[in-house]
Design a protein. Sequence first.
Length: 346
Amino acid sequence: MTGTLPGASAVPLVRGPAGLLLDAIPDPCPVTTYIKSLDSAESRRTMRERLAHITALMITTPEGEAPPPPEQLAWWKLRFDHTQKIRAALRDQTRPDGDPWSPAYINQHIVAVRCTLRFCRRHGLMSADDHEAAADIEPVRGHREPTGRAVGADEFTKLLAACLTDDDNPTAGIRDAAMFALMHATGIRRSEIVSLRRSHYDAALRTLLIVGKGNKERTVYIHARAAQWINAWLALVPPGAGPLFRPVHWSGRIQDRPLKRSSINYRLQVRCAQAKVALLTPHDLRRTFISNFLAIGGDLPLAQRQAGHANIATTARYDRRDDTALQETVELLPLPTPADVHALAA
């Protein structure tokens, strides 16, 4: 069984209890209640996807058919032995390249099960004792080196230059350059880019009001050169309120709606190919900001504040400065030379 679970096997890896698959979605539905309780659209998508993976582990599906939705399972029928087998099956999953799933990825699935069981209990669908036993799932221990990379200065210059050489749609090129410069200079998330409004940008102070994860507001400060790109884009946008970044029709007409998150990934892929640089992701620009901020002596708590991380340890994991920088910094540490020590000992 590979990491692509839905429809990947006709035989489930976990034998669920009798009657686990329902004829229809129940009312109340603990999965629906749980997913709706999550504030972020990204979290709702992610955790439902994790529950769909687990559904594929437990339900026999004819080859070529998708498994039923997780909302159609009687999760309240799960007991301790079932959830332990789910944990063991998750631990054995591999990605398409054959590498095992990371502990963090497995633990996301475990959290999804625990939360669904909690809502089963809240809906009165299982007893307190049954809930306590079934939800007693230990997280998988382990560590993986951080993924992603920082973007070199030469690479990023080529990326912006590729945006400006878009003869077919120069308006889209200015927008892409402004968007990438902003992400590179502030570290804001892809989801935050698409939710930005013109009213959030203060050109005089070079600030942006961001509504980030957990519906938390923060103010980020924009590098003067990044602000020049934003101002160039806004000079092309029709006056009035609306999204800060918008789709551009092939004719060059700017549309009055926000970009989709997937559009940002696509624009980066296109511009990387045009610039002939290694593929990068929106999150790589976020990693690059934090790495560059720390490399010039920036304070880690300030980087955390700009990036909008709830935990400073998360910000530290985004540091992608290479081993050369680490080695150069180590060399700056005070340590007496052997000659100094011999001279003192003589």
